[in-house]
Design a protein around this ligand. Structure first.
Ligand code: NAD
Length: 498
């Protein structure tokens, strides 16, 4: 099969790239090179930014109600196309089809939140703050904004950004991951079909060159980024230096703390899904189990190992698969490299995913791996592996478990499993993390809350979606208004309280 050539999306339709540079897009389940994605050059960036700049003010001038109706229609079209959208996700990412449908649904929940934009953008009004003077505030769109997204959620993370940005009246340039760009391109088509004005939702395909051009272009007012921490830091610093507002979410190493009184069956069921779902390629995946007490660990590890060995690793299209392949051969090699490092550093490899039979099939498959007796100095504990590898760290006390979570440079999600309300409450209060689960392994905030980590998991003070999304994608303006009957008297002093 000859790989087909993908395009950008600007001015309301797909458009051929100027640049001759391309990157291969693989089907991770077959290992085949199925498409080539253009990597934008300066002319491509200019084309897309100019289209967005031309469209922004008219879209921002449409009423919030009108924009909400377009988003409503967009949601309906996405739902009607859910299966083919999920297939596009699975075919380029490798996650199982039901998980792809789930990601789409979580993304559409942000659209559902954003259709409330006429209410969400309402300002404040104070009648008569002084004699004959009223004061009110309003939120206005920024203009052109950029959204730069990672490979692991090609629908959900773009929708986190697109829904509030578009609802607030901005024109968006989405720079999706070059590894799975087909679903984002299809979302742009559906938005145009829903009545979105041409130039309002654009897709610029490319790599670091395209991102860096957006970070320095004076027409781009804000940058919303999700990806790995080194790139998040670079995006945050560069965009801020160029006078833009920026939110940049980075990597993670999410811990699940098991106290001795936890329900072990519940812990096992939670760990198996949270560590190995989507082959561990989730920023909220649990990659470390911190087990308090040797007896708890001894009870947990053998039973967990049994479940890891039994994971059904196979085609994403097969309803029986628990886990599909990793996204690329290079990423699988990287994850394998971490497993090698864990062994070298002296961790006990209880289940070795490199030995899973699926590894011999075409495609980028790897079985689930489980390490026990991992320590804080080891590379597999310090680094984000982003694959189906779970590390068990044994500690003696709950305080030690908390200290471990707090000392890690990442602070995205964390969970505690216990039957003690007091212990859970104390942990939730003291842990240095943005999102906390109590007997919930993946505590992703729903669309009407905001998503974001602490420490090196996020740069910038506004999180994704919820009211933070509305605040991030608008500017606040406050108006002081007076309609005097005659000429007002000059005043040379700050007004005194009377
Ligand atoms: P990545 O950082 O490699 O890429 C993210 C985006 O940045 C892509 O669009 C890519 O083209 C672009 N990019 C890559 N290198 C760049 C550079 N040098 N300069 C400018 N732009 C560059 O991330 P990924 O591998 O696609 O995604 C996985 C990472 O994303 C993991 O670290 C994961 O934890 C993280 N992630 C975080 C969250 C969160 O909300 N915190 C959510 C999802 C994924």
């Amino acid at each position: 099969m000859t790989p087909h050539l993908l395009t950008h999306f600007a001015g309301g339709s797909r458009c051929a790239a100027h640049s001759g540079r391309v990157a291969p897009v693989f089907n991770p389940a077959s290992g085949q090179h199925v498409a080539s994605v253009p990597l934008a050059d300066a002319a491509d960036v200019e084309h897309v930014v100019a289209d967005a700049a031309a469209a922004a003010s008219a879209w921002g001038a449409r009423s919030a109600l009108d924009r909400a109706r377009v988003l409503f229609k967009f949601r309906e079209l996405c739902l009607a196309n859910a299966e083919p959208l999920a297939a596009l996700i699975s075919d380029e990412h490798g996650k199982v089809r039901t998980d792809a449908l789930g990601e789409l649904q979580r993304g559409l929940e942000v659209v559902e939140f954003a259709v409330g934009i006429p209410h969400l953008m309402k300002g404040e009004f104070s009648d008569g703050v002084s004699r004959g003077i009223d004061m009110y505030s309003l939120r206005q769109p920024l203009g052109v904004v950029a959204a730069v997204t990672p490979f692991n959620f090609p629908a959900m993370v773009p929708l986190w950004m697109l829904a509030p940005a578009l609802a607030c009246g901005n024109a968006v340039i989405l720079k999706p991951s070059e590894r799975d760009p087909s679903c984002p391109l299809r979302l742009a088509e559906l938005f145009a079909e829903a009545g979105g004005s041409p130039g309002v939702f654009n897709v610029l395909n490319g790599d670091a060159h395209a991102v860096n051009a957006l970070l320095t272009d004076p027409r781009v007012q804000a940058v919303s980024f999700v990806g790995s921490t080194p790139v998040a830091r670079h995006v945050y610093e560069t965009a801020a230096r160029n006078g833009k507002r920026v939110q940049a979410m980075g990597g993670a190493k999410n811990h699940l703390v098991v106290l001795p009184d936890a329900d072990i069956d519940q812990v096992i069921e939670s760990l198996i899904g949270a560590a190995y779902g989507s082959a561990g390629e989730r920023c909220m995946a649990i990659s470390v189990a911190v087990v308090v007490g040797a007896a708890t660990a001894d009870a947990l590890v053998p039973r967990l190992a049994e479940r890891v060995r039994a994971l059904r690793v196979g085609s994403p299209a097969d309803a029986a698969s628990d886990m599909g392949p990793l996204v690329t051969a290079a990423h699988r090699n990287r994850v394998r490299g971490f497993i090698d490092a864990g062994e070298r550093d002296g961790a006990q490899l209880v289940v070795d995913g490199r030995a899973h039979p699926a590894v011999n099939a075409p495609g980028f498959f790897l079985g689930g791996s489980l390490f026990d007796h991992v320590t804080a100095e080891m590379e597999i504990y310090r680094e984000e592996i982003f694959g189906p590898v779970l590390c068990v760290v044994r500690v003696a006390t709950a305080d030690e478990a908390l200290a471990l979570c707090n000392a890690h440079r990442y602070g995205n999600g964390v969970a505690i499993f216990t039957r003690s309300g007091g212990a859970a409450r104390d942990f939730a209060h003291r842990v240095q993390c943005g999102m906390v689960g109590i007997n919930v392994p993946i505590p992703v905030p729903l669309a009407f809350y905001s998503f974001g980590g602490w420490k090196e998991s996020a740069f910038g003070d506004q999180n994704q979606h919820g009211m933070d999304g509305v605040r991030f994608f608008t500017r606040l303006k406050t108006v002081t208004s007076r309609w005097p009957a005659g000429a007002a008297q000059a005043s040379f002093t700050m007004p005194l309280l009377k």
